[in-house]
Design a binder for this molecule. Structure first.
Ligand code: PBG
Length: 331
């Protein structure tokens, strides 16, 4: 209910910092952030990623140091992605099932060092392991086949859970994989391992720097439009989310973030489940580019965008800016 000017002046409550603080509707804290990290082979290795200025791949020891940093900053979860050595990539992405692959090494090392002071979220999809850069198994025609891929993803998920992953996050967009993974986790004694489904993941131009980071960009021919969603579609995203919830997802993700705020909002309004946004690599790079070009202030742009996700209904945000944002929020 809104009155009339001059009895009602909406500027009245905006006049001072204390009053703006008092009337703020949306709160952002470090506990809202998930920090994605890239794992690389070796020891003592830090590899800066050219298309993600300020972000590096770290060897497992460096990943453990980042995890401790996250704990100190109050960031509750880190998300892991491997840059699999080229010689271990294959047509079927078999390295995904190796109990001693980079991901599993990193998960174990973090859990040994940090225990339950941090959650470890792991990506389930085959693209960091395949020689063709697609997220699944490919037939002779180059089509990513659904059901055989789901079987591979189930093995990959169980492999990660056995290593100690807390949240399994399938980013592949195959049909039926949430149900299959949930069932396998229950059977293998991982009833408390969560699933955060990349439920509405779009075939997006914002993923470029990520593909450089995991080394799949140069390998990928064509696109991922036969499994990732058409950016024109909103109703379909609600169907994806409905199915993933029914299949056992504990939380759902919308990806990318800023260009899909309407999807976040609709998902939250319709289903009232925990929703997360992935502010993806291209979104990070655009903020950094704006700062470098002198056409925007990184910190202000970042905080405004993160707040937009919370305002739209997100429980949290995956962002490469997580440590920087947490420091800003700590003042
Ligand atoms: C692939 C995957 C992608 C991202 C996360 N998992 C890229 C893709 O679908 O090609 C993108 C994340 C980002 O751009 O930051 N399974």
């Amino acid at each position: 209910m809104t009155g009339h000017y001059p009895n009602t002046r909406l500027r009245r409550t905006r006049a001072t910092a204390w009053s703006r603080a008092l009337h703020r509707e949306t709160i952002l804290t470090p506990a809202d952030l998930i920090w994605p990290l890239f794992v690389t082979a070796g020891t003592g290795v830090e590899e800066p990623i050219a298309t993600l200025p300020g972000v590096s791949r770290w060897s497992v020891d460096g990943i453990v140091a980042r995890a401790k940093e996250a704990v100190d900053l109050g960031i509750p979860v880190i998300a892991l992605f491997p840059n699999t050595p080229r010689e271990l990539r294959s047509d079927d992405g078999g390295e995904a099932h190796n109990p001693d692959n980079l991901m599993c090494q990193a998960i174990r090392a973090i859990k040994d060092a940090c225990g339950n002071s941090i959650g470890v979220l792991t990506d389930v999809a085959l693209d960091p392991y395949t020689s063709h850069g697609q997220d699944g198994l490919v037939d002779e025609a180059g089509y990513v086949v659904n059901d055989d891929t789901v079987a591979a993803l189930v093995d990959q998920a169980v492999n990660q859970a056995n290593a100690g992953a807390d949240i399994i996050a399938p980013s592949d967009m195959m049909d039926g994989r949430i149900h299959a993974i949930r069932r396998a986790l229950e059977l293998h004694g991982h009833a408390n391992v969560q699933i955060m489904s990349y439920a509405a993941k779009y075939a997006s131009a914002f993923y470029g720097p990520f593909r450089d980071a995991v080394g799949s960009g140069g390998l990928l021919k064509g696109d991922k439009k036969t499994y990732q969603m058409d950016p024109a579609n909103g109703d379909e995203a609600l169907r994806e989310v409905a199915m993933d919830i029914a299949e056992g997802a504990d939380s759902v993700m919308v990806k990318p973030g800023l260009a899909y705020l309407d999807i976040i909002y609709r998902v939250k309004q319709r289903f009232d489940v925990p929703v997360f946004a992935y502010q993806v690599s291209g979104e990070y790079a655009m903020i950094e580019a704006a700062q470098a070009a002198g056409i925007g202030d990184r910190d202000a742009l970042l905080m405004e965008k993160l707040m937009a996700f919370k305002r739209a209904g997100c429980s949290g945000i995956l962002t490469y800016h997580a440590p920087h944002a947490a420091r800003l929020l700590a003042g």
